[in-house]
Design a protein around this ligand. Sequence first.
Ligand code: AMP
Ligand code: MG
Length: 403
Amino acid sequence: MLTTTDALERILAKTPQLATSEVALDAGLGRFLAQPMQAHLSLPRFDQSSMDGYAIAGKNCGSSGDRSRLQVISEVAAGSEATVAVGDGQAVRVFTGAPVPPGTAAVIMQEDVTAHPDGTVTLDTPAEPGEFIRRAGADVCAGQRIAEVGQRITPSLLAVLATQGWANVTVGGIPKVGILSTGDELVPLGAPLPSSACIYNSNGPMLKALVVSSGSECVRVEHCRDDLATLSDCLRDLSDQCDVVIVSGGVSVGDHDHVRPAMLAAGYEMDFWRVRMKPGKPLAFGVDPTGCRLAFGLPGNPVSAFVTFWLFVFPSLRRMMGATGTDLSLPVVSVSASAEIHNKGDRAHWFRGRITGAHFEPLGLQESHALFSLSKANALVCVEPECSVAAGTSVDAYLLPWQ
Ligand code: AMP
Ligand code: MG
């Protein structure tokens, strides 16, 4: 049976990257750059004032009071060009973001100046050369690489790209995902429960929410009874419209588990179908012969479906989108276990729990059907088979993104 790491490696090795496209910069938020970006403008673009105040020459730095009387010769607001140079005995009124005039050694802020009715100013405190001037190129120099292929467009990177005037960016594609819940016991939300043995389909809405919150497009959400022919047809139909199909339930070895044969009937080649982990041992991964489409058969137990989504499906969706490195998985932080965590089993156990401050505490029932404790969790921690993590020991916690 594969380990989590080996299974993920196999999935990523078979995950295709989607075609890239050029989109409006604001539509690129959350997507991954498909080309490196090189600044053509420096930041700041020009030497500019960082205060509302007065630009003065070098000879007038260092003095104050009556000995510092300067004639105000012109004014430069943000957006105006500074055409008049400032000389000895002179000051130019400047505002935040305005270019400083030629000859400027410092800007003195208006709070440190006394303005007189005759058009002169005196400095209340001496100015230091260089102060309140933002130098051209101090942040970014023209020609500098400012973003890499595979980098995620966050609001702050988006702002940096905007400083360059780029209205469009080339980014990786958005996976089209179909979701298929299987099970004779499942009832759609809003409908009455027909018998005491039925339950509502919670995996369908959960998986849709996970797909959408990961930046992919959920094109269809279907439910199928535990019947091989119907399941195969439904899977084939979804595969025609999707880059990825996520099936939940029916993936194990029970008499009513038809997902693996249905995947084969729908034309997928089965790469593996079990992983040595808990929750989530049955996990089928199939690739269609063109290599363009993937199918994941996740366990029906809701927590297993949730955990295997984050560990296997999410990285694959991210790779399709053009992500690299740490963007392929949930962010990991090192925290200390607040109590002993024991894994008696022979499979790696992913514990759900809560990080408060620098401590991780497992939460509630750790079984694969126990959704309620999962709803309170903000992190997952893996404990290797037959291992214990002592209280106070450092553990790697995978942060769930919305907590
Ligand atoms: P299975 O993997 O089909 O054997 O299902 C394992 C467990 O998960 C069973 O208790 C199912 O009733 C439950 N289950 C399967 N699919 C869903 C679903 N879509 N929503 C809620 N529970 C489910
Ligand atoms: Mg089932």
